[in-house]
Design a protein around this ligand. Structure first.
Ligand code: SF4
Length: 432
């Protein structure tokens, strides 16, 4: 073993210290790094290695581990050199990846009833740092996806938001941002985001009246602020997306809301079909028949409005559209069909701490971008491979002729049955 050189990946430090911090509420990062150094040098001494080479770390400011390890190794009589990092194995995006959603923070000053996360006013200490956010963007840029979407929480809670947006844009990423309509969202903020190269801004609107919207958002005055922000986006010429969560509370308001969105000249409308997570009450979920009625309204609207309609966790809308188009077979342009862009095929969700999930609503971790390339997680992790394989679907989704285009919401199936491959619990269709 005397002539063997060991290459140590200094990125390991990030994983190790973060894992320790998770276990220990008062982390001592220096102690953990010393522990790693001791561990490596002990292994090296035991193996009677002659030399050790340290890979340069790709994360800014994470050199401590390499230097500390090197010091320990030298004390043990091992020759130390700076090795070249093997070029990371970044692959093309893989089958159909179009969107990377990054939860920039879970901090938010609002307490919306349908919030996907248990938002809190303060940022989590293990949120990705600015350097780690740049590291994520570097990876996403290499994967050549159509959209890099920043979400929260409220990304405006991050002081480094503008530099992050600018970095993403400089790296060629079409970037969108979902913001909360709190006092942090000012007219100047919208102009600054536009100036930074942001492609579109998304804000929530859950009802056509102040009473209805404010009851969703848990804050009086939220409706007024939302309409103000819509006006500022028009002034700044920044394309606007409206996000609406459809529940039994606002289902009857859908026609009025569509009329309001037409009046406000928005660019995109993203309809979220509820998944029971965090604060969501199961009684708020639309029934299977109400999902069908909502799809009919979206489809009818898609033929007359000037904005694109997308769905989130409404995968069976793709089946509904296919059925309608089969009935009509001609005379309908492609543009009018809504796109299920934010549903879980072709999307990865990166959490505030770098964990990767198939969707923000499906808490099955597939890896972490801090120690594995995102492209590899998307292509090779068992979680993504399993969910891409529609032959593994169970129940009526498993025998459905639409499973390749639909497949149902895996997030809702998991939330309601604990099995991500179970049949969609809110689909009215019975396969032939
Ligand atoms: S049964 Fe499943 S795959 Fe078929 S349309 Fe319904 S949700 Fe989609």
């Amino acid at each position: 073993m005397g002539l063997v050189t060991v290459v140590v990946d200094a990125n390991h430090r990030t994983w190790w210290s973060r894992e320790s911090e998770r276990r220990d509420p008062k982390p001592d990062v220096g102690r953990d790094l010393d522990h790693i150094s001791w561990y490596f040098s002990a292994q090296i001494s035991n193996c009677r290695l002659s030399s050790i080479a340290f890979m340069p770390c790709s994360l800014v400011g994470d050199q401590h581990c390499a230097l500390s390890c090197a010091g320990q190794a030298a004390l043990n009589g091992v020759a130390v050199s700076a090795g070249d990092a093997p070029s990371p194995k970044i692959e093309p995006a893989g089958p159909g990846l179009r969107v990377v959603v990054w939860e920039a923070t879970q901090a938010c000053d609002m307490k919306c009833v349908q919030c996907r996360v248990n938002s809190r006013p303060h940022r989590h200490p293990l949120e990705l740092s600015t350097a780690e956010a740049f590291h994520l963007i570097d990876q996403v840029a290499k994967m050549k996806v159509s959209l890099f979407a920043l979400t929260g929480g409220d990304p405006l809670k991050r002081a480094d938001l503008l530099p992050i947006v600018q970095y993403a844009v400089r790296n060629g990423l079409q970037s969108s941002l979902t913001a909360s309509t709190t006092p942090l969202l000012q007219r100047q903020t919208i102009f600054d985001l536009k100036q930074s190269g942001l492609s579109s801004l998304a804000i929530g609107l859950d009802g056509s009246t102040p009473q209805l919207h404010d009851s969703f958002r848990g804050a009086q005055g939220s409706y007024k602020r939302t309409l103000e922000a819509i006006g500022w986006c028009q002034e700044a010429n920044l394309p606007l997306q409206i996000n609406t969560t459809l529940t039994r509370r606002n289902f009857a308001d859908l026609d009025n809301l569509i009329d309001l969105l037409i009046e406000k000249k928005i660019a995109f409308w993203n309809t979220f079909f509820l998944v029971p997570t965090a604060r969501v009450q199961i009684g708020d979920l639309l029934t299977a028949e109400e999902h069908e009625a909502a799809f009919a309204k979206l489809y009818e609207a898609s033929e007359r409005v000037n904005f694109d309609i997308k769905t989130t966790e409404g995968q069976h809308y793709a089946r509904f559209v296919a059925q309608q188009e089969a009935k009509q077979s001609s005379g309908r342009s492609k543009k009018t069909a809504a796109s299920p862009l934010f549903d879980d095929k072709g999307l990865v969700f990166v959490s505030h701490t770098g964990e990767v999930y198939p969707s923000g609503f499906l808490p099955l971790p597939a890896g972490n971008i801090l120690w594995e390339p995102l492209a590899e997680i998307y292509q090779y992790s068992p979680v993504f491979r399993t969910l891409r394989d529609s032959s593994q679907l169970k129940g009526k989704c498993g025998r459905c002729e639409y499973k390749a285009v639909c497949g149902g919401s895996r997030a809702r199936a998991y939330a309601m049955t604990n099995d991500p491959l179970a049949e969609e619990p809110r689909c009215a269709y019975t396969p032939a």
